[in-house]
Design a binder for this molecule. Structure first.
Ligand code: KG4
Ligand code: ZN
Length: 353
């Protein structure tokens, strides 16, 4: 099955052609430079930039894969969650293409795309062997941080076991980098500085450490760093800055991995797959693997191209919906929220405490 995927949920305008799990083309126009001076994504600017770039990006994806619209079986487009104005640019174009070519339109949940990205085969890139269902999926990006039990490739088989109560992990990186005047996006900059720092020189406490819950909270950690700066002043580009970054990063990585391992143990599953931009983090990939190994769990770390926002993951996730005959051409619902169900326990929102 050949699917054209389109992704515009946040700050990447992306299109890809995927045949089964083989990525035949993968085009991404990033808006990082556009939002850099604001230290985060400005929704209005994002929508306008998607509008400028979506058509050439889609044309390029078709050209790179050497196909035309006639050759594809369906168009899959991210329809939730994301910035509404940004989502509308991708979904409108996808809808128009589908009416013009009489192909099925498939609306895809961006988070399912992230969770299935580990199955993608990017030619010429070192992609790990894909996991077997069920596996535990950890999505850690700028907009989302949550743990899922992934029992199959469609939404009925995926359940959220725990999510952040406030900031996403990547958002915490970006906000702390902004506070420290380091630039945007903060993740790669802090990651680099942390590698040369000592995580034990500056004491920061781990949020929600003693709770058995699989929920996260990163906003308190951000406040701790802000308080440290208020008390000690903004660190220069020196060892203190590197130690502060290392202390912050160690807590983020420990929290993400420990909660994922706890989820795996609860669900009696022995595989965890990473997803989302924060999976590019060197410590998460390196020390994360060690922590998992000690817990007798296999950590699958996808190629970097599969971690960050892309349209190949949307095309692949959409292929399972296309296979069962879905077609949303007559009414595609666009929503800022995901439809993935949450695991709930009686008497409270804090699950499995
Ligand atoms: O998945 P993604 O490309 O877009 C969203 O859906 O948000 O993730 C972007 C996030 C940003 O917050 C960025 O700071 C973070 O991923 N990130 C990292 C690293 N590289 C990117 N965070 C930690 N370490 C990194 N090396
Ligand atoms: Zn994403």
């Amino acid at each position: 099955m050949i699917i054209l995927g389109i992704e515009t949920s946040c700050d990447e305008t992306a299109a890809a052609v995927v045949e089964d799990n083989l990525v035949r083309s993968d085009v991404i126009h990033t808006q990082i430079a556009l939002h850099a001076e604001f230290g985060g994504v400005v929704p209005e600017l994002a929508s306008r930039d998607h509008l400028r770039n979506i058509r050439p990006v889609v044309d390029q994806a078709l050209a790179d894969a050497k196909v035309s619209l006639d050759d594809i079986d369906a168009v899959a487009v991210t329809c939730r969650p994301g910035l509404t104005g940004a989502l509308l640019i991708g979904t409108q174009l996808a809808n128009a293409l589908c009416w013009a070519s009489e192909k099925p339109l498939i609306g895809v949940d961006h988070l399912i795309g992230h969770l299935l990205a580990v199955f993608l085969d990017f030619p010429g890139k070192d992609c790990p062997p894909p996991p077997q269902f069920p596996f535990i999926g950890l999505v850690a990006s700028g907009g989302h941080t949550a743990i899922y039990r992934v029992g199959g490739p469609t939404h009925e088989s995926i359940v959220e076991l725990g999510a952040t109560r406030d900031d996403a992990a990547g958002e915490a990186y970006d906000k702390i980098a902004k506070l420290l005047g380091l630039g945007y996006p903060g993740g790669p900059i802090i990651d680099q500085l942390a590698q040369e720092g000592d995580p034990y020189k500056i004491e920061l406490s781990t949020p929600m450490k003693n709770r058995k819950s699989l929920e996260f909270s990163f906003s308190g950690l951000k406040t701790q760093v802000a308080r440290w700066v208020q008390k000690n002043g903004l660190p220069k580009n020196d060892d203190t800055l590197r130690n502060l970054c290392a202390a912050f990063q160690r807590i983020v990585v420990d929290t993400l991995i420990e909660k994922s391992i706890a989820a795996a143990k609860m669900e009696k599953i022995t595989t965890i797959a990473l997803a989302g931009g924060v999976s590019a983090n060197s410590e998460l990939r390196g020390r994360g693997r060690e922590l998992c190994k000690n817990a007798e769990i296999d950590l699958i770390v996808p190629h970097f191209s599969a971690c960050t926002d892309n349209a190949a993951m949307i095309a692949y996730a959409g292929s399972f919906q296309a296979l069962r005959g879905e077609n949303n051409r007559d009414g595609l619902e666009v929503s800022p929220r995901s439809i993935l169900p949450r695991l709930t326990v009686k008497g409270g929102s804090d699950r499995r405490r």
